[in-house]
Write a protein that binds this ligand. Structure first.
Ligand code: HMG
Length: 365
């Protein structure tokens, strides 16, 4: 699978590693703490649990564990890594890139382009695209990229976004498309808005929640319209086994699907069936992790790719506040069927501890 018919090098995901941190809290426990009806969080937002980090467990730790898993599954020599890009909005410094902390822990130095990508939840996707295009442009000189999407998503205590918190990391080696080909053409859409932002020096984001929902839906509609173009929408959608979305909370994704479906004149039953069959199953891990910002879409993509036959296609809609969005399409490679990375999530979920409200308050103190 090294070259396409026109001899342009194919590029894609050669291996995946995931990591969720060792603590979590159920959203029903949070509802009790905040005096909310638990149904608002479980039914209204579609959330189940949020991943949490213990003290001294940060975005670097998340990134390194995910990266070690992806690198060991890839099996290539670390000397072949020529690019390290970390997409995150949990930066530790305004100047020093998060990739420097990660590179130190992974023993990566030398002839490597190492940097951090920031664009809210879209940063990980931008890093994936840059690495893909770097390889397709043959700027890589035979080398592979290590891309990490990692975040710790926390809101101020009592903020309406608190139930959607989470944390996690996805690392991908971008090389031969053994797990999935990233198709060269993608569909971006951006508009400069203030829907969710974090001013320099502030610990937590500021959010215009209702505006953010509208921006996300508009971006989804625009990207899917671009995917379909002048083609028959039914034929375009039928070509995909699964549709993954950035998952700030699962109900957001349903709202976006309703917006897209309405644009294509689907009736409510068609929308519900499409969501149940092709979208909702991809969010199984997101429901248990919460919003992990840059990692959120890629957790869904990792879930969707496992077990796919060679050539099956997956669509991936990325959204980052500010806002920037992009719809990518992927094609399963020969190693997708093994779904080897599922083990990471199964292991982390089995090992994590659920905290109660008192322990959560102590963690946040
Ligand atoms: P809110 O305003 O407190 O909630 O917070 P609400 O009153 O809109 O209720 C939420 C839903 O629960 C509603 O459902 C209610 O009806 C329902 P809807 O009408 O929308 O379908 N509800 C109930 N259902 C059952 N039983 C009940 C009950 N009570 C209410 N008893 C908000 C919601 C999303 C604003 C908040 O969680 C928030 O601010 N979240 C953070 C922002 C966010 O996630 N935005 C998503 C799009 S932007 C994005 O994805 C980017 C992001 O990831 C950041 C990045 O890019 O870096 C966030």
């Amino acid at each position: 699978m090294s070259t396409s018919t026109n001899e342009r090098p194919l590029s894609g995901i050669a291996s995946i590693g995931l990591h969720l941190p060792p603590l979590a809290m159920g959203v029903e426990e949070l509802a009790r703490l905040r005096g909310e009806d638990p149904d608002k969080f479980t039914i209204g937002l579609g959330c189940k649990a949020m991943s949490l980090c213990p003290p001294d467990y940060d975005v670097v730790e998340l990134s390194v564990v995910a990266a070690e898993r992806a690198l060991s599954r890839w099996g290539g020599d670390r000397d072949r890594i020529g690019l390290l890009a970390v997409g995150t909005e949990s930066a530790l410094d305004m100047s020093r890139p998060l990739s420097a902390w990660v590179a130190e822990r992974l023993g990566l130095q030398g002839s490597i382009r190492s940097y951090e990508v920031k664009h809210a939840c879209y940063g990980g996707t931008l890093a994936v695209r840059q690495a893909t295009e770097w390889r397709m442009a043959e700027a890589n000189q035979g080398r592979a990229a290590l891309v990490i999407a990692a975040d710790v998503a926390l809101y101020e205590q009592g903020d309406p976004g608190e139930a959607t918190q989470g944390a996690g990391a996805v690392a991908m080696v971008i090389d031969e498309p053994e797990v999935a080909l990233i198709e060269p053409h993608s569909f971006p859409w951006s508009e400069p808005v203030f829907d969710f932002w974090r001013p320099v020096g502030e610990a937590f984001p500021r959010v215009d929640g209702k505006l953010s929902l509208e921006c996300y839906k508009r971006a989804a509609e625009r990207c899917f319209r671009a995917l379909v173009g002048q083609q028959d929408p039914e034929q375009v959608f039928a070509d995909f086994t699964a549709f993954c979305f950035h998952v700030p909370f699962p109900k957001m994704v349903l709202k976006a699907v309703q917006r897209v479906g309405t644009f294509f004149r689907w009736d409510p039953e068609r929308i519900a069936t499409f969501f149940a069959e092709k979208v909702s199953p991809t969010m199984a891990w997101n429901r248990l992790s919460g919003n992990s910002y840059t990692a959120s879409l890629w957790i869904s993509v990792a879930n969707a790719l496992q077990g796919l036959q060679l050539g099956e296609r997956v669509a991936a809609f990325s959204y980052g506040s500010g806002f920037g969005a992009e719809l990518l399409t992927l094609k399963a490679g020969p190693k997708a069927i093994s779904g080897a990375w599922e083990k990471d999530v199964v292991t982390d979920l089995a090992n994590r501890q659920f905290v109660d409200a008192a322990a959560y308050c102590a963690l946040r103190a």
